[in-house]
Design a protein around this ligand. Structure first.
Ligand code: GDP
Ligand code: CA
Length: 318
């Protein structure tokens, strides 16, 4: 079975761990969000790709959900001693090595997809990890701060500002001119099932869908497309999905997110058991829906979610 998953960072990575356990023989391709990428200290940092790579490769800081386990921050301290920031972005010493290797390879002319493959040769994530695009795309968020309108990089909105101010608009800068990375459209065309894990619908899955050709390839794939709600009980399980959903005019409910993707894209949608009342509304929108436990508390619970998604795919296919 060939499964393609569109993934952001923590939600996507944790779901993938469950999917691998639920379908150990499946051939899994992950299309990773690169809209969160940022250049810091002259280095190219790809937070979502690295979260997937470290989580599946066994190097993740489990409590935090991002960054390396057993991390130290000597380099950051030395940079701060020179007055070089930003101080709000936590890059650890082990993590720095990943960004140095990536930046060095990019400077030598390798595309991000080739660099990601090289990094994964060390981590062996057990999936094929593809960036959504080799082209530079950066999600920017329009905000109002101290009475002034301005746009900030998504990382600045989320990490520095902690999403404490409202987002007026979310723009994946560069997406319109970008092309899907090599292998992305081919993987979608050959997939038996396509999954949207409980990743952020705006700044993770939404950004991937903003790369011209990807949305169309999913809609035209002719295979079940199944999503899992990142919104449980009318709030994100973690993160700022409510803020960025508001910026695109979508309510923070499991049903509203399903309608946002729409029946043109989604065939099936899983909501958490606490949102069982939303099933009828989602089905009325032409999307098959089931209420099941959707909290990724441990590997077993996450694998059960993946099995439910695959079962819903079979139901849709039949
Ligand atoms: P990020 O790039 O690290 O923000 O990660 P993603 O975009 O992949 O995932 C973030 C989304 O995952 C958030 O909207 C959370 O609400 C959602 N999420 C995190 N943990 C869980 C969970 O246990 N269950 C569900 N249903 N959603 C979750
Ligand atoms: Ca992210």
């Amino acid at each position: 079975m060939r499964i393609v998953v569109l993934a952001g960072g923590i939600g996507g990575a944790r779901f993938l761990r469950g999917l691998k356990a639920a379908a150990p023989d499946a051939d899994i391709t992950v299309i990773g969000n690169t809209g969160d990428d940022i250049h810091l200290f002259g280095l190219k940092v790809c937070p979502d790709l690295d979260t997937v790579m470290y989580t599946l490769g066994g190097g993740i800081n489990e409590e935090q959900g991002w960054g390396r386990a057993d991390e130290t921050f000597r380099v950051k301290e030395e940079l701060a001693a020179y007055g070089v920031g930003p101080e709000w972005f936590g890059l650890g010493d082990r993590d720095f090595a990943t960004h140095i290797v990536r930046t060095q390879m990019l400077a030598a002319g390798f595309p991000l997809s080739a660099v990601t493959e090289a990094l994964c040769a060390r981590w062996q994530p057990g999936v094929r990890l593809l960036p959504m695009s080799d082209d530079r795309i950066e999600t920017h968020v329009a905000i109002e701060e101290d009475g002034e309108q301005r746009a900030v990089h998504f990382q600045e909105y989320w990490v520095r500002l902690r999403a404490s101010v409202d987002a007026r608009a979310v723009v994946p800068v560069g997406a319109e001119q970008a092309k899907p990375a090599p292998g992305v459209l081919e993987a979608l065309g050959e997939a038996d099932v396509i999954l949207f894990p409980p990743s952020n619908p705006v700044v993770s899955v939404g950004t991937i869908l903003a790369v011209p050709g990807i949305r169309e390839a999913i809609a035209d794939a002719g295979v079940p497309v199944i999503g899992l709600s990142p919104i449980v009980g009318d709030a994100p399980v973690r993160g700022m999905a409510d803020k960025v959903l508001a910026a695109v005019g979508v309510e923070s409910t499991a049903a509203a997110v399903a309608r946002h993707y729409g029946s043109g894209l989604l065939d099936g949608w899983l909501v958490d058991s606490v949102d069982a009342g939303a099933v009828a509304e989602v089905e009325a929108a032409g999307i098959r829906c089931r209420a099941v436990p959707l909290m990724m508390t441990d590997l077993d619970a996450t694998a059960a979610m993946a099995r439910e998604a695959l079962a819903l795919a079979e139901e849709v296919r039949a």
